[in-house]
Design a protein around this ligand. Structure first.
Ligand code: F6R
Length: 273
């Protein structure tokens, strides 16, 4: 695990976007695993800039999103604010600004019927496998330590499935997204379809990004242990084969081994790059 700490959110966003841009240029038909939420907005914005100003080409890129709320779907009759689906989030904040082929973008379908759900989730997994697996998976972290929507007590072997959202997640996402859009708390979905921990751990490379003081405590627990199913991000340092963690100073502020990570980063910059 590499832990990279930068002064600000803007810096980690540029750094993250640069990793993605390099990976895409090296492997134009890369399979990317994508996340929604506030954390990655800066990276999407920077990738759009690189696309416009430096000709980063998305035409052969395939994407698989981590998750989608269950019970809602993209609805262009609603304004972007009213439509809280993750499909709309991706459309508004990324896909419509770059030359990605819509057919190569995959987001779990939040409107799939309950009786078809198991088959649907298996199909999502099979689609990932048939394309050769995810080359690079980007991840944010919830206040309860979730990655994707793998809430506390998710198994390390879990696969794409229906998940019941934790109270913390419902409160946080209502405040951050639904409430801002004028929605009532009752509007907030209680379920989501999410890739499993097992699915995420099979990605060839992972980047976990976090910003701000509100993530400092959970980041310290997730990265420095102890490993527990109650904080599903804590599976990453131990079981992910190639993980980069990008933090701003605020999110890194409670790490016990903060000095060590800074030292390693410094040595790498001096001698290995
Ligand atoms: C969303 C996802 C979630 C978020 C997490 C952090 O696709 O996978 O795990 O990454 O809830 O959300 P933000 O970035 O809004 O703090």
């Amino acid at each position: 695990m590499d832990v990279i700490i930068k002064e600000s959110y803007e810096e980690i966003s540029r750094y993250g976007a640069n990793i993605l841009a390099v990976e895409i240029r090296n492997n134009p038909d890369i399979n990317l695993g994508l996340a929604t939420g506030n954390t990655w907005l800066g990276v999407y914005k920077e990738l759009i800039r690189i696309h416009n100003e430096e000709e980063l080409d998305f035409s052969k890129v395939t994407t698989f999103n981590l998750d989608e709320y269950y019970g809602i779907g993209i609805d262009f009759n609603k304004s972007p604010k009213e439509d809280q689906s993750y499909a709309r989030f991706m459309h508004e904040n990324f896909f419509r600004h770059v030359n990605i082929n819509q057919e190569n973008t995959h987001i779990p379908d939040g409107l799939v019927l309950l009786e078809n759900l198991d088959d649907y989730c298996e199909g999502y997994e099979n689609e990932i496998k048939s394309r050769g697996g995810i080359d690079l998976q980007i991840l944010g972290i919830g206040k309860d330590g979730h990655i994707g929507f793998n809430e506390p007590a998710s198994s390390v072997k879990s696969r794409t499935r229906l998940e019941i959202l934790d109270e913390t997640t419902i409160d946080t996402n209502w405040e951050k997204f639904y409430r801002k859009a004028g929605g009532k708390k009752e509007d907030m979905p209680y379920f989501a379809i999410t890739m499993g921990i097992g699915t995420i751990l099979e990605s060839k490379r992972g980047i976990l990004m976090a910003s701000g003081e509100e993530k400092a405590e959970i980041i310290a627990k997730a990265l420095e242990g102890p490993l527990t199913a109650q904080i599903t991000a804590s599976y990453l340092p131990i079981y992910h084969p190639s993980l980069t963690v990008l933090l701003d100073e605020a999110a890194a502020s409670k790490l016990e081994r903060y000095e060590h990570y800074k030292h390693v980063e410094e040595l790498k910059r001096k001698f290995l790059k």
